[in-house]
Write a protein that binds this ligand. Structure first.
Ligand code: ADP
Length: 193
């Protein structure tokens, strides 16, 4: 199995690239943000517990997020592999992912990070907010908080995967196609192993 963690700050382009890569490499794309939004829209219990955090640009608590991720992975028995988009975001989530994949006799193949400077992120998210209907994209303070939470709580995962020799950084500025090519170069190498 090939299990990719697509990493980077909010607005780095993870979702856009994951949609392309899942077709190209026949992988299952799990976006924790999308699963939360689906649950909020359908007013499920999970959606209700996640909404207050998401609206403020905070992380949803680990326990809720990890249980949700486990359930999503279990829905896809027999998959070729996964693209995790928006997960893990904390060390506890990274540990949980490792346990989960080990139970399936597999592991994280790589963390591939899209590197984009903050100024560009804020501009992209405000632009997306005009059409995405996402409340967390419409408010500059919430956007800034999401970027802050990324640096305070999530960015440490770069070291986590570096220690395992699984970290690959990619320049996330360029056309969608250029970035897909940069990501593909890394994934093609991984698949040869
Ligand atoms: P972005 O990367 O653009 O911030 P996402 O769609 O990945 O957007 O996530 C939206 C929100 O969902 C996050 O701001 C956070 O509140 C919540 N969320 C998503 N993934 C996680 C996670 N792994 N752990 C905790 N909260 C999460």
């Amino acid at each position: 199995m090939t299990n990719l963690v697509l990493f980077g700050p909010p607005g780095a382009g993870k979702g856009t690239q994951a949609e392309i890569l899942k077709e190209k490499y026949k992988l299952i794309h799990i976006s924790t943000g999308d699963v939360f939004r689906y649950n909020i829209k359908n007013e499920t219990e999970l959606g209700l517990s996640a909404k207050s955090y998401i609206d403020k640009g905070q992380l949803v608590p680990d326990e809720v997020t990890i249980n949700m991720l486990n359930a999503e992975v279990d829905k896809n028995e027999g998959a070729n592999g996964f693209i995790f988009d928006g997960f893990p975001r904390t060390e506890a989530q990274a540990d949980a992912l490792s346990v989960l994949l080990k139970e399936k006799n597999t592991e994280v193949s790589a963390m591939i990070a899209l590197e984009v400077e903050d100024q560009v992120l804020v501009e992209r998210l405000l632009e997306r907010g005009k059409t995405s209907g996402r409340a967390d994209d419409a408010d500059e303070e919430v956007i800034k908080n999401r970027i802050k939470v990324y640096y305070d709580e999530t960015a440490i995962l770069k070291e986590y995967y570096k220690k395992q020799d699984k970290y690959y950084g990619i320049d996330g500025v360029g056309s969608i196609d250029e970035i897909t090519q940069r990501l593909s170069a890394v994934i093609d190498e991984l698949m040869k192993k």
